[in-house]
Design a protein around this ligand. Sequence first.
Ligand SMILES: Cc1ncc(COP(=O)(O)O)c(C=O)c1O
Length: 496
Amino acid sequence: MVLSKAVSESDASLHSTFASRYVRTCLPRFKMPDNSIPKEAAYQIINDELMLDGNPRLNLASFVTTWMEPECDKLIMSSINKNYVDMDEYPVTTELQNRCVNMIAHLFNAPLGETETAVGVGTVGSSEAIMLAGLAFKRRWQNKMREQGKPFDKPNIVTGANVQVCWEKFARYFEVELKEVKLRDDYYVMDPEKAVEMVDENTICVAAILGSTLNGEFEDVKRLNDLLVEKNAETGWDTPIHVDAASGGFIAPFIYPELEWDFRLPLVKSINVSGHKYGLVYAGIGWVIWRNKEDLPDELIFHINYLGADQPTFTLNFSKGSSQIIAQYYQLIRLGFEGYKSIMENCQENAMVLKEGLEKTGRFNIISKDNGVPLVAFSLKDHNQHTEFEISDMLRRFGWIVPAYTMPPDAQHVTVLRVVVREDFSRTLADRLVVDISKVLHELDTLPARLSAKKTVSEENGMSVAAVDAEHEVTRKITDAWRKFVLDKKKTQGVC
Ligand SMILES: Cc1ncc(COP(=O)(O)O)c(C=O)c1O
């Protein structure tokens, strides 16, 4: 006689999670559960829900690194429990940060001697870096105005309307007016002439972008510098420049070494760069570098004395992970100038392959420039039948995440699709994407045909022409509503 034996649900060694009650019950969403669950079950359930996220490697919407070498992954995991701020306890990590600051400052041509220490700090990303740089400009300007007995309550920053949302955050959080130079048709970056016209005595800095988020284009920092030098000479002001090199800071030094955009220009006082973009580290690391000590007012710095040396700290958060700093140091010494250069060249070449493939379809205008951030921004030549939003939506079915968005004022009537070419986006993937975009176009092209076919059938079925036209009108209205929805969205929803 076979006796059936009930196995205890808590006997994890015998049970598969899928045979347990944990996959039968809804997971709590609002309140912490009363009881514990086995670690295997917790892992399985969370891991499985996360399967519904997109695949980061196919996320062509983001500049942020999605692949690193397994050796670096190992370093990251082994330092995951180190709080960066415990500098006394982890002096080597602090030292690695300082080495990164020095290397990046040299890369940006900071006026430093061979062994002179640079002024800069690691941050969570370019947003924090920009907040710190902005605060330094604001404080310097306030000190100057105070000394001159002038009002110092209405600071402003001049930028292009194409700035990333972090600049709007800075302006709102730290009460600085953002004076944006409007874009125009076929000119999607800040016009240096217009920017300098907008500068007044209350301008704490002009922010130029090396690699616009929207189309990757490098703004003309040299022209801006030259115009501002003239205006400063005429007015007696000393308006400085900050370069937001979130993406371009790790591109230009390697593939456009002749381009003058950095500390070679006298008015450039600070630069931010995202280590987690073309610095080739996973999300969570940025850098801000100042030209000189004098550009970072001392009253913003908190001094920590570690191991007998003065450790200045200037960050918005106190605690943070150490892994990304260690990973940045790994990349800098592992790849060296040679390695970064080869990777950036590959990205640029693959971006060109993608651009040419898209041009061959005959359906797109290319909005990006060949010599900017390796990305392709493009828009449909003909919007009569379909929109970029539909293409973006249909590409999801192939696994690709390609954002569609509208340009800021005064180019808000232009919608673009943008593909960021990262290190791990190889030629094969570029070719494949062109094939899939062509399939989507083909499928979209059949839609009106399908509607016409439907019309014939409808007419045969006794449906009036007016009714069919009404159906077309509904389709058009849905597309318009979708477009309006995106147009109405502010930059707080912007691409990054
Ligand atoms: C030009 C520019 N500045 C700043 C940022 C913000 O960078 P982070 O995500 O590193 O905070 C981005 C993000 O894409 C960007 O493109």
